[in-house]
Design a protein around this ligand. Structure first.
Ligand SMILES: Cc1ncc(COP(=O)(O)O)c(C=O)c1O
Length: 451
């Protein structure tokens, strides 16, 4: 009998992160200074991010050693299991072999801790005492609070208002680990006050929360900003997922034909996909599918353009797939997938034809989540349910064609704090929603015209 769970030992926690920049056929266009539209002077960003993280952001090195202090904290939950989804395969009646990498094992319950621990570590090395950030569904805020507690730093979290009210338990997790949480938009920052003046009932968005968190960092001494996705260094830290999965597939004597992950800003998808993508670049035949919501279809219907990372245009301009920085997503239940942009490295991989994008409606994702819980036992985060739906579509295609493909997806987190979303699903209150084309066009018309 083949193993259900493929488990590695603590010694197998990767000793280095993998940097796809070293292997991409071309480099991503540089970030631009929003004041001049010229390439950003890295020294200017030192007021926002720790220097160690900025070095990783631009590093051409293929492998970047993981400090022992970080590996020690990783050992609380890593290596994570690779699981053969035999129950799901049976229920679908597919000849495909389905595996998932289970990132729900971290203390805060998602992959986000892989980078929060690293980001807090490098900030601590530079004597920073307090960090700010934004959070959507609360997974990143919980992960940063956990990491700050491990290294004894303080953190301030701006949580998108709609999620602040929908996800009280994640907010409580942040409190338990000492995080200070505020609903965004808030009256604590200039940009929050300006937005509330125009729209007192604004439900918030990741773009607005980023603006508040950046402002709160750059206006105070000894404070730096951290981001839970999108940037190169965040994607780098997440590659522990794919590097472990590579070893585990070897133990299973198997190899993926298709690799899938859900995408908000792109970090968990990249974490699983990038270590395998380096083999595609050297000729191996693997497909990569980034799964996103129809209500926030950044890669399926956005454009590859220079855009700001936030609503108030405080961040550098990045070349990426975007729906426009003024995009106001509907209050869908996968809060972590409501971001207007996409990681520049994931965007470039799509532009180069190395990866594909697929969009799904929220009801079909919750149906997939219910089937997954019934067959594999784990209740997934609504975000991760998009990857499950994507994997099911691939497995059903195999059923039609008779192909015995190997499918690997990332289970980015558990959904134990997402019960009100599940309740709305079961009570029939979840609606499918496709973002209107005219809204996308209006938002894109506001972008600066750059190469
Ligand atoms: C469980 C989970 N999965 C996925 C995401 C999407 O983020 P990313 O695309 O950076 O992995 C989030 C974001 O909050 C999340 O909480």
């Amino acid at each position: 009998m083949s193993s259900k769970r493929i488990i590695l030992s603590e010694n197998d926690i990767p000793a280095a992160w993998y940097n796809l920049l070293a292997d991409l056929p071309q480099l991503p266009p540089p970030p631009l200074d929003p004041a001049t539209n010229q390439p950003m002077d890295p020294a200017k960003l030192e007021r926002v991010f720790a220097r160690g993280l900025l070095q990783q952001e631009m590093s051409p090195e293929r492998w970047i050693a993981i400090p022992e202090e970080i590996r020690k904290i990783y050992a609380i939950w890593r290596p994570t299991p690779l699981v053969r989804a035999s129950g799901l395969e049976q229920a679908l009646g597919t000849p495909a072999r389905i595996y998932f990498k289970d990132e729900s094992h971290s203390p805060p319950g998602s992959h986000k801790a892989n980078t929060s621990v690293a980001q807090v570590y490098y900030n601590k090395l530079e004597g920073i005492q307090r960090l700010t950030t934004e959070t959507g569904a609360g997974q990143w805020g919980a992960a940063l609070s956990f990491a700050c507690k491990m290294f004894d730093l303080k953190c301030k979290i701006f949580m998108v208002k709609v999620s602040y009210h929908q996800k009280p338990y994640r907010r409580m997790m942040m409190h338990i680990w000492g995080g200070d949480v505020t609903a965004s938009p808030s009256i604590e920052t200039q940009c929050g006050r300006a937005i509330l003046e125009k729209d007192p009932d604004c439900p918030g968005s990741l773009g607005i929360a980023i603006s508040e968190a950046v402002e709160a960092a750059v206006t105070q001494e000894g404070v730096r900003y951290t981001l839970g996705s999108v940037l190169n260094h965040v994607l780098l830290h997440q590659t522990v997922i794919g590097l472990e999965a590579e070893k585990q597939m070897l133990l299973a004597e198997d190899y993926p034909d298709v690799v899938l992950g859900c995408v908000g800003g792109g970090s968990n998808f990249a974490g699983l996909a990038f270590p395998f993508l380096r083999h595609k670049i050297t000729g191996r035949d693997i497909r990569f599918v980034a799964c996103e919501p129809h209500s926030c279809p950044t890669m399926s219907r956005g454009q590859y353009r220079y855009d700001y990372g936030d609503t108030s245009k405080l961040t550098p301009l990045m070349k990426m797939y975007t729906l426009g920085h003024s995009f106001m997503p509907p209050g869908i239940h996968a809060g972590g997938l409501r971001y207007h942009g996409m990681a520049p490295m994931v965007s470039l991989a799509k532009e180069l034809g190395l990866i594909e994008a697929a969009a799904f409606h929220q009801v079909e994702c919750f149906e997939a989540a219910q089937l997954f819980a019934a067959t594999e036992g784990i209740i997934p985060a609504p975000e991760s349910a998009h990857a499950i739906r994507g994997a099911i579509v691939e497995a059903l295609r195999c059923k039609d064609t008779g192909q015995e493909k190997c499918i690997l997806f990332n289970l980015s987190g558990h959904g134990l704090c997402d019960m009100n979303s599940y309740e709305r699903f079961f009570s029939g209150h979840l609606e499918d929603y496709a973002y209107p084309q005219e809204n996308i066009e209006t938002a894109l018309a506001e972008l600066p015209v750059l190469p």
